[in-house]
Design a protein around this ligand. Sequence first.
Ligand code: ARG
Length: 493
Amino acid sequence: MKKLRPEKKLGQQPRLPMGFPGCAPTIRALLTLAMWKGRFASETAELVRRFSESVSFDQRLFRHDIRASLAHARALRAADLLSPQELDSIETGLREIETEIAEGRFSFHTGLEDLHMNIESALTERVGEAGARLHTARSRNDQISVDTRLYCREEIDRVSGRIRDFQQVILDVARREIDTILPGYTHLQRGQPVLLSHHLLAYVEMLERDRDRLAGCRIRLNVLPLGSGALAGSTILLDRAAIASDLGFDSVSSNSMDAVSDRDFVAEILFALALLGTHLSRLSEDIILWNTTEFGFIRLSDAYTTGSSLMPQKKNPDVAELTRGKTGRLYGNLVSVLTMLKGLPMTYNRDLQEDKEPLFDSFDTANLILEVFAGMLTEAAFDRERMQAAAADPLLLATDLAEALVRAGLPFRQAHEAVGRLTAHALAQGRSFREMPPSEFQEFSGFFDDDVLNTLDPRNSLAARDNPGSPAPQRVRAEIARWEQIFSAETPA
Ligand code: ARG
């Protein structure tokens, strides 16, 4: 079998070691049990721990959690709630923990429920009382919101970069194939000739709207929730604006109850990624069709196709099929988060923990399909002759004939009718328009002139569509130049 995907899933951290059940409890575990166990007389059932833990997946947010904790600690220091030495030891401790997690040397404990408690207890174990002061004026409810926002910001930038890379690949193909003509289809019936470049640039447009949507999500999510506490802020007043600017947020949230329970930003990202999936799935469908023996418009490279275990002759477009298939996951992730949200009373409810796996999965899936699709398209070869031959059917220029009559003065409805009768005549005789002399055309309308056969050249037809947005070669070239300019303006000098 051919290798279909990179060794490592993009954007996915390696699964980090978990705690070892059965080992003697560490001091850290004991410290943690004290985090919210004050009012409990007995232990959480082991089954409930496994059911409710999130550290097995939210550990992916460790950099964001630590970054937010550092900003929070600085604000505590500014409010004189930490001494300079305490701030110092918290900073050193958190940096150490960050390095250990990044290097896979940190062991997470599901008994500590989530990432926040794992990090906080490890910190307290290392630096003592200073660690125990860190959670002042903070709740995990505002903490998880800030972590998720920081993560989304970063992932939006990453996936937007990949969308750009993919648009660049399409643009390169569009430039190379600027002379390739193929039929454009409606209802999957041949309609009118177009340039392959024009067809491909349609996807650059769709992908640009996907990027725009993600950029809009980024603007709306870039609001600091920290300071909202569990739901009602805190009597301990920290400088929220300072924390916001420390973390690169544009503003602070205006309503603590909204801030801890809002996951609009997750839902709208999932929608933007689902629609990106839709676009890539449509392109997949084009490629799958073009790759059939019946169409024969595209040949995929061996590296991006797979064989059949039974039929030796097969070479399958699995990358495109899996992209189409994985779009289902992107939709599923959106629907699962919307459904999770719809019945929640104000404010934070534990259901909200269910936002993370769909979110992570959608970013991973989107990055992966963009990367693999770019590779497949780079190596694909178009069969220009077959496309051209398919586009050469003069019936595809029936509309051009009608428009020639309009230019000669005939109302469009009558022109349409005349060309319709002409078409029926040609089909009944099994003859092509090109085999018919001008006099035969003139039997159907006196408005046909002796140059009518020139109308039947697809290149003339394309060149005549000289309006912005149309597939005239000069217009498509200008579009390619426009995109090149947009892309190069973004490239860092
Ligand atoms: N793991 C939780 C989540 O993802 C973090 C917040 C927990 N808050 C709580 N009150 N249990 O939403």
